[in-house]
Design a protein around this ligand. Structure first.
Ligand code: SAM
Length: 400
């Protein structure tokens, strides 16, 4: 693994002018360096549930320290309770969640349309599937087979349960895709070794709100990418959503402290001015709950790394750009209203979406507002928009 801090971004202006040393990228992205080892054998479980290393050799220690973060990710996501729709609808970020779901639906539908032009049977890998929040999107897209993979065993169980429910509830004539579920740290283990059919190929790999966890180290980022791309057919797509490092660093540099945010989210870095290519950690908290640490994904580096797997970038768009482009299509706009991705104000009023887009008014003022005073109809609160506009959408295509 290369030294994590050896290549820092040069910070004349916040991140935007950051330079990547392409020569050293070229030399350091050699497939022979890809680590796929799982550290589980060198780790024994303590009674309190934490992991303890009984081998203190430097190499083992490094692996164990690295895998500690993976353990944290798994534990964090395993602990998140599956609350019902009613509970979710009470959340302050309900419109943001709906908006993110709308965005994923539009992206997935767009990609499946493209795939269907070439293929009748469609197989998908949902990398970091969580509890299966996208299952209905795959069903709607009439795919044939889905492989769901995640590091969190409890999430995978819930995902499988949800899949069984979807299957059971479907109309008898309504064919639901077949599915396979794999619990694995996809930044350290190779999925191809765990697939039921070792020859299986994918038309799409979808990696929604996940890839940034792997940017802890070069080998982890590479293994995750390998899992995403190595079994894609030529012409297949790797799609996903991840925080936009430029946006994060820009906001950080504008802030007086090491953090920024508002009443719904906050992002805290350990320090400003130095942003290593890998392992550049920040804490993200949503609605006051601290999430597991995440890592900056420097996008030009991501694009370079993907070339190793014969992937070309089709597009990268911020959520704002994606929204502005896709909402022009009446079908997507209808879907947005149907999914209540933008809040109606007042709540019982039916109206057209605000043409000015989300984030136009203040969340805090919402409750206090006189209902007689009309607000822009259908918009995310400013705070929710500030949180979700951190993210970007990417689409890569596998070259033949
Ligand atoms: C924010 S959730 C997104 C879940 C789902 N993709 C969605 O859009 O609803 C992030 C997911 O990534 C998973 N994850 C994080 N690191 C992972 C890794 N190394 N291997 C596999 N899954 C991972 C977490 O367990 C969690 O389920």
């Amino acid at each position: 693994m290369m030294a994590q801090n050896s290549r820092l971004f040069e910070m004349d202006s916040p991140y935007a002018d950051a330079k990547v040393d392409k020569d050293s990228i070229g030399s350091s992205f050699d497939s022979s360096q890809t680590s796929t080892s799982s550290s589980s054998s060198s780790v024994k479980r303590r009674r309190d549930g934490d992991e303890e290393d009984d081998d203190h050799s430097p190499s083992k220690k490094l692996v164990t320290e690295d895998s500690l973060h993976s353990q944290k990710v798994a534990t964090h996501y395993n602990k998140i309770k599956e609350c019902g729709l009613a509970e979710r609808n009470k959340s302050r970020i309900v419109y943001m969640r709906n908006f993110n779901n709308w965005l994923k639906s539009v992206l997935i539908a767009e990609i499946l349309d493209k795939v269907r032009q070439k293929r009748r049977e469609v197989t998908v890998l949902d990398l970091g599937c969580g509890k299966g929040g996208d299952l209905l999107k795959w069903k709607k897209g009439r795919i044939d087979k889905l492989v769901c993979a995640d590091i969190a065993a409890v999430s995978i169980e819930q995902c499988q349960q949800r899949y069984n429910d979807v299957r059971r509830r479907g109309h008898p004539n309504d064919r639901t895709f077949s599915a396979e579920f794999i619990t694995a740290d996809c930044s350290r283990e190779l999925l191809s070794e765990k697939l039921q059919d070792p020859e299986l190929q994918f038309d799409v790999c979808s990696c929604q709100f996940v890839y940034h966890y792997s940017f802890e180290s070069e080998s982890q980022a590479d293994t995750m990418l390998r899992n995403a791309c190595e079994r894609l057919r030529p012409g297949g797509f790797f799609i996903g959503t991840t925080p936009d490092a430029y946006e994060l660093v820009k906001r950080l540099e504008e802030s007086d402290s090491n953090s920024f945010g508002n009443e719904v989210f906050s992002v805290t870095f350990q320090k400003k001015g130095e942003y290593p290519l890998f392992g550049c950690q920040y804490d993200f908290s949503l609605e006051g709950v601290v999430n597991v640490p995440e890592f900056l994904v420097y996008f030009p580096l991501f694009v370079e790394m993907a070339k190793k797997y014969n992937m070309r970038l089709v597009y990268k768009k911020t959520f704002k750009e994606f929204f502005e482009e896709k909402v022009k299509d009446g079908k997507n706009k209808d879907l947005m209203q149907w999914m209540q991705a933008l809040e109606q104000y007042p709540p019982d009023e039916r109206g057209q979406l605000s043409s000015s887009g989300p984030g136009e008014y203040d969340h805090a003022k919402r409750k206090a507002a006189d209902p007689a005073v009309r607000r822009p109809l259908g918009t995310l609160s400013k705070s929710e928009w500030e949180a979700t506009s951190i993210y970007l959408v990417y689409v890569f295509e596998k070259m033949s």
